[in-house]
Design a protein around this ligand. Structure first.
Ligand code: ADP
Length: 159
């Protein structure tokens, strides 16, 4: 059984993340999506909200489970018995940070990182941009799962 861990902030999860996840499921039998508990980063959505949206957005995908973490990714992977991390690559601009992180994680516990290229249609998607567009009333409905579209509207209306 090949199992991988897909860590990230997922604030919120969007279609680009889901494409990476689908790609990972072509290579791995099971993928654990893990949302980082990062209060310092002042996320738009609480950890509970982010996890709930990931759960709803991935409910139809076989082999996916969802968790959260507030420790080193490499340590979480160790405690889950996972041998590989999955990360996405949108463009060359992502590569440097992802390479550095992959090398650090390899150094820490020997874990490998598998980088999955973005599909062309969603390579411009970033959670930060989606939050910004939604805040100013732009329509992002076709860029995020329906659970996220709903929660974004709720969040923006309550702010
Ligand atoms: P982080 O907060 O760690 O940067 P994110 O939650 O923003 O993580 O993203 C998690 C992973 O998904 C990262 O590897 C990021 O590069 C990748 N990713 C984000 N958006 C896309 C996209 N549109 N296509 C492919 N990969 C993406």
């Amino acid at each position: 059984m090949r199992k991988a861990l897909f860590p990230g902030s997922f604030d919120p999860i969007h279609n680009g993340h889901l494409e990476v996840l689908r790609g990972a499921l072509e290579v791995f039998d099971e993928v654990v999506v893990a949302a980082f508990d990062s209060p310092k980063a002042q996320p738009m959505f609480s950890l509970e909200e982010r996890v709930a949206m990931i759960e709803e957005a991935t409910a139809d995908l076989n082999g996916v489970s969802v968790t959260s973490f507030d420790c080193l990714v490499a340590d979480l992977a160790g405690s889950l018995g996972v041998k590989a991390l999955v990360r996405g690559l949108r463009a060359v601009s992502d590569f440097e940070a992802e390479l550095q992180m992959a090398q650090m994680n390899r150094h820490l516990t020997g874990i490998q990182t598998v980088l999955i290229p973005a599909v062309r249609e969603s390579s411009f998607l970033a959670s930060r941009l989606i939050r910004e567009v939604a805040r100013y009333g732009g329509n992002v409905d076709d860029l995020v799962p329906s659970a996220v579209a709903r929660q974004l509207k709720k969040k923006v209306n309550s702010q």
